[in-house]
Write a protein that binds this ligand. Sequence first.
Ligand SMILES: Nc1ncnc2c1ncn2[C@@H]1O[C@H](COP(=O)(O)OP(=O)(O)OP(=O)(O)O)[C@@H](O)[C@H]1O
Length: 241
Amino acid sequence: MNQAISIQNVNKSFGKKNVLKDIKFEIMEGKIYGFIGPSGAGKTTLIKMIVGMDIPDTGSIYLLGEKMPNLNVLQQIGYMAQSDALYKELTGKENLMFFASLYQLNKKERKNRIEYAAKLVNLTADLNKKVSAYSGGMRRRLSLAIALIQNPKILILDEPTVGIDPELKLSIWNELLRLKNEEGKTIIVTTHVMDEADKCDVISMVREGSLIATGTPEQLKEKYSAQSLDEVFLAAGRKDQ
Ligand SMILES: Nc1ncnc2c1ncn2[C@@H]1O[C@H](COP(=O)(O)OP(=O)(O)OP(=O)(O)O)[C@@H](O)[C@H]1O
């Protein structure tokens, strides 16, 4: 199995606040990794550095063997941020067409990808409405569709299912699992939802800028003698105090 991402001794401060502290981590291809941790722990900061939107003060990040930030690797990354970056005066379809046009897809591929992504997030019937008329959940779904549009090797999703109803959440997770199992995609998610964390192959707990525990959901439950990941989360937090 190949390494998809290597995070090497990454530190980051904003002013005097040390937001990431000597983070070291390897992410293997074809797995789902979950970052969990309390609000303000540093998950989004870490994700932004993996995507190449920000750079570490010290340390390095490699994606598919290339040091980030690197424009050539962007084609291979689908990124869904926490806040939606959508063109509100355009329709859902126009947004998808715009983002699809940024990538090296031919006309037929573009059409197929737009149909696939819209269907996955259950927006096909609403594609011709302006995004300004979309609900919060519909905007999240459109953002997820955009992250998938160019069929990237690596999907990086910052709280992808916030504001999405349980039925659609389940079908999105089924698709993420299929993308991993059948297409070998590498997927990174941040989540506060423990039943989602349970679906990850590897979980890292982030607390105050440090990775305090990493392992499979089962390993972490065993390590902390916990019945659930909620309990692991609380126990891991206490141990570090
Ligand atoms: N651009 C910035 N300037 C100053 N401080 C920042 C900046 N970005 C993040 N921070 C601070 O860094 C810390 C980590 O923030 P981050 O968004 O990474 O946390 P998080 O774990 O993703 O939280 P949440 O679960 O709420 O999204 C917070 O204290 C935040 O206020």
